[in-house]
Every structure is written in C-alpha cells, then in structure tokens.
Write a protein that binds this ligand. Structure first.
Ligand code: OAD
Length: 277
C-alpha cells in the first residue's frame, strides 16, 4: 500500500472513532515531545540509557553526582534544561489543544514535565509528574512559576567550560531561589523516582479516565506506575483505545486502532486533513 493511502486510512479510522466518542481523553508521555527535541526516557537513545535513573532520577543520587562528578552533572543538567528551554509545541500538542476547544476532548493527562500542552493552548492538563516550570517551597509549600528565560540563563551557566561547583550552585540558585514568602529552600515541583504524585492529581485523572469512552494513548510506554493506572482505568471502564506510537507497548493488545507513526507526524497530517492548519 502507498504511504499516502496508509496515512489516509489511519486518518479516516481516527476521525471515525473520535466522532463516535462523547468523552475522549488523551494520555501522553515523553514520545509526544520527542519531535519537539526532548529525548524520551526508555529505548535506544533514551535519557536513562546514558544517565541511569537509579542515580539521575532522584535527589540523593543527584547530590552524590554533584559531589563526585560535577562535570557529568553539568552535562546532564545542561542537556535536560536546554531541551526544555528550546522546545516548542509540535502538531500533536497543537491538535490536542484544538480538539479540546472543539469539545471533542475532555483534556490531557500527561506524564511530561515540559509544559508543552499548556503552551500549545490545552486548557485542562493534568500533570501527573509535575512541571519543570514550577517550584515548591520545602518549608511552607508555596509554589512559584519559572519563566523560560530563567532556564536559558541556567543553561548558559551550566555550559561554562570547566564548570566549578560554584557555577553549578549558581545555576541551581538561579533556577530555584529561596522562597519569597518564608525564605525556605525551594525545589522543582516534579516527581522524582520514589516520590509521591502531587496530591489530588492522580485521583482526578483516574476519575476522568473511568468516565471517558475513548482513550488516546500517545507516545508513552505505559510502564511507570501509578501513572499507568490511567489507561488501565479507562480500559476497565470499557473505553476504546487508540495508540499512536512507532513501537508496540504493553497497551498494544488492547488497542482498537494502532497508528505506528510518530505522533507529531500523524497529527500534522490530521490538522491538514481537517483543515485546521
Ligand atoms: P518512555 O521513554 O518510557 O516511553 C516513550 C514512548 O514514546 C515509547 O513507547 C516510544 O516508542 C514512544 N515514542 C518515541 N518517539 C515517539 C514519537 N515521536 N511519537 C510517538 N511516540 C513516540 O516515556 P514515558 O512513557 O513518558 O517519570 O515514561 C513515563 C515516565 O517514566 C516518565 O514520566 C518519567 C520516566 O521515569 C518520572 O520521571 C517520574
């Protein structure tokens, strides 16, 4: 079959399922931001391949690298922060925002911390793993937004040749200064390995999932719990499943429609096809 015919078939099948649905929900993972330049976690070339999560995915591990291998920490942090600071929403983020505005999508439950769904215009975004654009005070729990320009400044500091501990601490303080309300220490409001999810967000996501009739599983391996309870809750409640992912996942056997393409590529065609762009 010609590539265009294959895409046409996917577009038609996707549109039919969406139009037949009364309450569709998107569940997204790192794969939807891959075409925005942010690396995924698993698989070849994934972040965890070079930087094992047992060390780089939690605060004590990061503190140890800070003490013992600061250049490597600077390389890791600069890579992650620059990818976040430079990323722009791609057609997948934009299409989900457009579908929500048209009343065809309840919202997005995401595992991503990159803020791209909100930047693209999605209104209801449940960030299960928090946001790199938000800080939380460890003492009084006040939260603060972080401007993108600050991430750019942080990258500049981290990229200084022969970054010293002082440079690293300077970058950290620029990103996470003391709490303006109580002077306490602040930290990124993201979920590291072994930490709990933000209170209430998982419950809200599970509630939405259990009353959706169509779940769009986009760019996620769905291996990490409790986030992966979201597609399970939708399937248990009888929702139909569309999966868009170049590689099969644990959800593939349950998918009524599987589109084995990069999500941005598929949604670029979808937006064009639907005359939305
Ligand atoms: P993973 O890295 O586990 O999975 C990314 C998925 O995206 C894989 O199934 C890829 O095949 C797929 N993929 C890659 N490029 C894609 C593209 N262009 N379009 C569509 N799919 C693509 O990422 P997540 O499932 O998001 O948690 O991982 C879940 C959690 O594991 C993350 O939120 C993070 C990590 O540990 C924390 O840090 C707490």
């Amino acid at each position: 079959m010609r590539i265009e015919d294959r895409m046409e078939r996917f577009l038609q099948a996707f549109d039919e399922l969406l139009r037949a649905s009364r309450s569709a929900l998107a569940f997204t993972g790192a794969g939807v931001s891959e075409e925005s330049g942010i690396p995924t976690f698993r698989g070849s070339g994934g972040l965890w391949e070079e930087y094992p999560p047992a060390i780089y995915g939690n605060l004590p591990g990061l503190a140890m690298v800070f003490l013992l291998r600061r250049r490597r920490l600077a390389g890791f942090a600069a890579g992650v922060v620059s990818a976040l600071a430079e990323a722009e929403p791609n057609p997948c983020h934009r299409a989900l925002a457009a579908l929500e505005k048209e009343g065809l999508l309840l919202g997005v439950v995401t595992q991503n911390i990159d803020g791209l769904h909100t930047l693209a215009g999605s209104g209801r975004v449940l960030e299960l793993h928090g946001s790199a654009y938000r800080l939380r005070c460890l003492r009084c729990r006040a939260t603060y937004g972080v401007a993108r320009e600050i991430l750019e400044e942080v990258v500049e500091r981290l990229r200084r040749p022969r970054a010293t501990r002082r440079d690293l601490l300077g970058a950290l303080r620029r990103y996470a200064p003391p709490c303006a309300a109580c002077g306490g220490r602040t930290r990124p409001d993201v979920v590291f390995f072994g930490e709990s999810l933000p209170p209430g967000v998982l419950d809200e996501a599970l509630e939405l999932a259990s009353r959706c009739d169509l779940l769009l599983a986009l760019g996620t391996s769905s291996l990490v719990y409790p986030a992966a309870m979201v597609p399970r809750a939708a399937l248990d409640a009888g929702a139909r499943l569309v999966e868009i992912n170049p590689h099969p996942t644990v959800l593939t056997p349950s998918a009524e429609l599987r589109i084995p393409l990069p999500a941005g590529e598929f949604f670029a065609s979808y937006l064009e096809h639907a005359g939305r762009e």
